[in-house]
Design a protein around this ligand. Structure first.
Ligand SMILES: NC(=O)c1ccc[n+]([C@@H]2O[C@H](COP(=O)([O-])OP(=O)(O)OC[C@H]3O[C@@H](n4cnc5c(N)ncnc54)[C@H](OP(=O)(O)O)[C@@H]3O)[C@@H](O)[C@H]2O)c1
Length: 336
């Protein structure tokens, strides 16, 4: 048990990728929980593209203030409890922040802590990935918005990432032709050879738009969009009339100052149904999604992969990996 609480504090709003010093390591005393509170030791941190948004601007949550501990989801183990809701040794997921220890105030529902059920053969880190927010995002985006039908063509961008890899497999489970878009041969090979995607397009190759057309001979019925910009516009060009677009994320724009350019006219011409998705809207259905995802995983229908970075101090590098494509599957920091 470390004697101090190491914390990554936001010192400056990044421009582009995170630069040295935007997040700075600081040390504080380990807090003592008051009545109704819990002290928990953070074991794993979920590294998410939205953290870059939280550093920059108000969005669906307020921007993190300068001088505050950086907001992050994580998995923590209770070390001291002054509430009946949690006991010592319980594992919980919620907004722990980038730090060694966090205090959970059971009255503060905004921190969204939930107990992790002990399930045989399921690792703790799965509750940050395939059974955590990114798995849930893929599940609700596909099941509630895309509603995939057998024989339809689904295109997923950032397909080798945490959300995209699960969204594509859910489409495959429902009998879709699944085409993933990802950066580089290694990721494309993983998608087709391991995850059962029908085709994978390396958007870093010069002829990728021609390859996308070849891979979608009957057009595209569903676009699960994680990237935005040029990639989204190329997929919109391939959409069939009355297709569905799940707007999950626009990662290509998060490190840029200027807004993304969207070929919005195509939405009209192709009479597309476009819906934005925010996973937090579905948190009360966590168990439903986690149970289904868990069953698919246990029966070998759903595969997941994690990129684990060791050390709290490496979190800024891990965040940047999401924007340079250094990760495959879910990116997690092992705190100590
Ligand atoms: N709406 C919600 O509730 C919600 C919840 C969770 C996540 N999301 C969104 O889902 C998306 C994926 O998030 P994730 O956590 O699963 O991350 P991730 O996909 O595991 O990692 C991000 C991936 O994006 C790709 N990427 C980064 N910059 C790119 C660019 N300029 N052009 C093309 N691809 C780029 C990289 O892969 P390549 O090597 O293939 O480039 C990288 O591996 C993000 O847009 C995120 O904001 C939304």
């Amino acid at each position: 048990m470390t004697q101090t609480n190491r914390q990554l504090v936001l010192r400056a709003r990044p421009k582009g990728l995170l630069a040295q010093g935007d997040l700075q390591l600081a040390e504080a005393a380990i807090p003592s929980p008051a009545e109704g509170q819990v002290l928990a030791r953070v074991k794993y941190l979920s590294i998410d593209p939205t953290m870059r948004v939280w550093m920059a601007t108000d969005s669906y949550l307020p921007a993190v203030g300068i001088g505050e501990v950086m907001r992050a989801a994580g998995l923590a183990e209770v070390v001291e409890s002054r509430t009946k809701e949690f006991k010592k040794g319980d594992k919980v997921v919620g907004l722990t922040g980038l730090q060694d220890y966090c205090v959970i105030d059971t009255a503060n529902k905004a921190a969204r802590f939930q107990k992790v059920p002990p399930i045989p053969f399921i690792s703790d880190t799965a509750f940050l990935g395939v059974l955590g927010l990114t798995g849930l995002t893929a599940y609700f985006g596909m099941m509630e918005i895309a509603k995939p039908q057998k024989g339809e063509t689904l295109v997923v961008s950032a397909a080798a990432g945490a959300t995209g890899s699960i969204a594509g497999q859910i489409g495959r489970i429902h009998g879709c032709r699944v085409v993933g878009i990802a950066g580089g041969a290694e990721k494309c090979k993983w998608l087709t050879e391991e995850l059962g995607f029908d085709a994978a397009i390396d958007y870093k190759a010069a002829d990728w738009k021609a390859k996308l057309a070849e891979a979608t001979p009957k057009g595209v019925d569903i676009n699960y969009e994680n990237v935005g910009g040029e990639i989204m516009n190329a997929v919109l060009e391939r959409m069939n009339l009355h297709g569905r677009v799940v707007l999950c994320g626009f990662i290509s724009g998060y490190t840029k100052a200027e807004p993304e350019v969207l070929s919005a006219g195509l939405l009209i011409v192709k009479r597309l149904k476009v819906q934005g998705l925010l996973v937090l809207d579905y948190l009360d259905r966590f168990m439903e999604a986690a149970t289904q995802l868990g069953k698919w995983k246990m029966f070998g229908k759903l595969k997941d992969r994690e990129t684990i970075v060791e050390g709290l101090e490496k979190a800024p590098e891990a965040i940047n990996m999401l924007f340079t494509g250094g990760n495959i599957g879910k990116t997690i920091v092992k705190v100590s």
